[in-house]
Design a protein around this ligand. Structure first.
Ligand code: FAD
Length: 310
């Protein structure tokens, strides 16, 4: 839609800017109504809320990736506590017989404090997940963290096969990263990318980001490894389906992934068609930046909330 092409880029800039503003964060997070709005994309504040949501999603035939919200952690004690929550997630998944893995952010595990501390925190989680036959996905954050995230991932991959990485089609570097990481059998989640990036590191135009997504998805599907394609974009989804059909890659060899609370009908349609569909299900008290990124992704979300307020 033409209106989307005009409003979405402005909307994106505004909400990605707000996602990093501490004063706005404080104001929003103490507002009861804002908290209620965030529940549209968040399963709740506690692990129990998330496990219950995961159980319901499983009952509808959807796989789950649980994420405990939190990022940009600046003290080692907090990073250790965030890591400890992931042990509880892994055990909670196991005890409740859920079909779910877990997803985490390295800045939550202390990446900006000390790379070694971050590595140790994540290695403990991956090791525990291995014991419980589970899988840990490392989310990809803004470009200042890309290389350090890949470095830690490569180190983990030497010892563990139950860890995967996210790559973003908006970065110029991603094609080279994918070529390099496929050599060590990396199972990717491919997404477009959700952060504010300068034009010297990321494609500024949506059509180029989409083109890159298509190219990378074909490369991944042809690799014979199991990858996740994280998008709500029906054009991308249809392309992946058609490419897989033409290359005789059966639906159980890959999965689609979407966010909790987004395009629920499309999620169910894919499940009904026999595709694997995983729902990224976030929970926790640190919902502000995550919610702002959801507003940034679609002005329809902003309009929906504005109408509700009016
Ligand atoms: C499972 C999953 C994991 C992700 N992990 C990461 C990550 O680790 N790092 C990272 O940088 N990004 C991550 N993202 C976010 C991603 O990069 C995009 O910002 C987001 O998915 C929007 O892009 P899109 O592919 O859906 O396509 P777009 O072209 O942005 O959107 C396609 C259609 O979906 C609608 N839509 C998209 N998002 C929303 C929304 N939130 N609410 C309502 N409608 C929406 C749009 O309005 C449009 O109609 C993840 C996304 C998913 C689904």
């Amino acid at each position: 839609m033409i209106i989307d092409d005009i409003i979405n880029p402005v909307n994106k800039k505004l909400f990605l800017y707000l996602s990093k503003q501490e004063k706005v964060k404080h104001f929003v997070m103490t507002n009861k109504y804002a908290k209620k709005i965030s529940r549209r994309w968040i399963a709740g504040e506690t692990l129990n809320d998330a496990l219950k949501a995961a159980e319901n999603l499983n009952l509808e035939g959807r796989l789950v990736a649980l994420d405990h919200l939190g990022e940009d952690v600046t003290n080692a004690e907090a990073a250790k506590n965030f890591a400890a929550e992931y042990y509880k997630i892994i055990i909670g998944i196991h005890m409740n017989y859920l079909n779910s893995n877990a997803s985490l952010k390295l800045t939550q595990m202390g990446l900006d404090i000390d790379q070694e501390l971050c590595y140790e925190n994540v290695a403990g989680i991956v090791r525990t997940a291995k014991i419980f036959n589970n899988f840990i996905r490392i989310d990809m954050e803004g470009s200042p963290h890309t290389q350090r995230t890949i470095d830690i991932f490569k180190r983990l991959k030497k010892d563990y096969d139950n860890v995967g990485l996210v790559v973003q089609s908006y970065l110029y570097r991603t094609e080279d990263d994918v070529n390099d990481l496929l050599k060590i059998c990396t199972e990717f989640r491919l997404c477009k990318g959700a952060y504010k990036e300068p034009s010297n590191v990321a494609f500024p135009k949506k059509k180029d980001v989409d083109k890159s997504f298509v190219k990378l998805s074909e490369k991944m599907l042809s690799s014979g490894l199991y990858h996740g394609f994280a998008t709500h974009d029906e054009k991308m989804i249809n392309h992946i389906k058609e490419f897989a059909k033409a290359e005789k890659i059966s639906p159980e060899k890959f999965e689609f992934q979407m966010l909790y609370g987004v395009k629920r009908e499309l999620q169910q349609k894919l499940v009904d068609e026999g595709y694997n569909l995983r729902v990224y299900t976030a929970y926790g008290e640190e919902w502000y930046p995550y919610t702002m990124r959801r507003f940034a992704e679609s002005w329809h979300n902003v309009w929906f909330v504005a109408k509700d307020i009016i």
